[in-house]
Design a protein around this ligand. Structure first.
Ligand code: BDR
Ligand code: CA
Length: 328
């Protein structure tokens, strides 16, 4: 799964995202982490409209001087065709808190969805998909190209779901699964080797303002000026929704960190299904009874149920302090 780019062994990662503030932290983390070779970023609707999500991705790539990374336009809405709800109160009117990407970025080249297959074929059997946005684009790959479309992907690292704990967008559901519950169920059924990062652990992946203050002064990366304003906007929203919270959860950094630090998360293998309609729309379901019904091994997902949060904070700081942003 790891490839040799120069002297550095790194995972080839195709990232699906909807930036969004925690997505933006995830993109920055991926760009800075020497163990990750970003081979493309799919940007679709979710926290913001698709066009805005593309602009935000282009801005981060430009800041890092990594215009070589292809940007792929994702979907504009869910498979159900329902209208999309965006979240400016959490992520800002344009998805980066108070920050506006410069107008000059309008001319960036953006690929269509076929580019995803091209990239997968280029890195055949040596590529990981990390999905931190809605699941629409991944489900579309199966719909457009058939059940074997993604067979050359080694593994899928997905932020989504909430098991036996409250949701964050409804009583039962986590936002990525809820916003396209049909797509989420398709992906759980059709993709193989899924590692899932639900709210059970991502809600605990909290970064506090003192950490951001420190990085805002000391991070040698081109992202330094963004860190504090983007984080503060997001943290304020969390303070309103979760009174007493000490920091803000950076959900979308978790799967990337788990990929490059395998000991960071502990998994339970279970078959996962997603409720498609009704009051429990988007709810992730797995059998947690002491004696669950037997399921064939190939249907099991690895659900991350415990994470070492101290390690999360330390690794996050390490990457933003020593990030090798000129890696290529
Ligand atoms: C997930 O939903 C999105 O709004 C966040 O970016 C994250 O991917 C958390 O439920
Ligand atoms: Ca996201």
């Amino acid at each position: 799964m790891k490839t040799c780019g120069g002297d550095v062994m790194a995972y080839n990662v195709l990232l699906f995202s909807d930036p969004g503030i925690d997505d933006s932290f995830a993109i920055m983390y991926a760009l800075l982490n020497p163990d990750i070779n970003l081979v493309g970023i799919v940007s679709g609707y979710g926290n913001t409209p698709k066009e805005q999500s593309i602009k935000n991705t282009a801005y981060l790539i430009d800041l890092a001087g990594r215009e070589d990374i292809p940007i792929i336009a994702g979907a504009a809405g869910p498979l159900s065709g329902e209208p999309v709800q965006f979240y400016p109160e959490i992520h800002g009117p344009e998805g980066l808190g108070p920050i506006k990407p410069p107008e000059s970025l309008q001319k960036v080249e953006v690929h269509d969805i076929n580019k995803i297959l091209e990239i997968i074929n280029e890195y055949k059997d040596n590529i990981i998909i990390v999905n931190v946005g809605r699941l629409t684009e991944l489900a579309l790959m199966f719909i457009l190209y058939g059940n074997n479309a993604l067979k050359n992907v080694n593994a899928f690292y997905i932020m989504g779901g909430a098991f036996l704990v409250p949701g964050n967008i409804s009583a039962e559901a986590e936002a990525n699964f809820y916003s396209d519950s049909i797509a989420s169920n398709i992906v759980m059924e059709k993709a193989h080797n899924i590692y899932l990062y639900p709210l059970n652990i991502t809600n605990k992946a909290i970064i506090t303002p003192d950490v951001i203050d420190f990085l805002s002064t000391n991070s040698p990366t081109p992202f330094r000026p963004l860190l504090k304003p983007a984080f503060e906007y997001y943290f304020k929203a969390y303070q309103k929704n979760v009174p007493g919270i000490k920091g803000a959860p950076l959900h979308d950094v978790v799967p990337l960190m788990a990929l490059t630090n395998p000991e960071f998360v502990k998994y339970i293998p279970k078959r996962v299904r997603v409720e498609e309609f009704g009051n429990a729309k988007g709810k992730s379901i797995a059998d947690f009874r002491p004696k669950p019904d037997p399921e064939p091994p190939e249907t099991l997902e690895y659900i991350g149920m415990e994470a070492d949060i101290q390690k999360f904070v330390i690794n996050f700081m390490e990457v933003f302090l020593k990030g090798d942003y000129e890696k290529n």
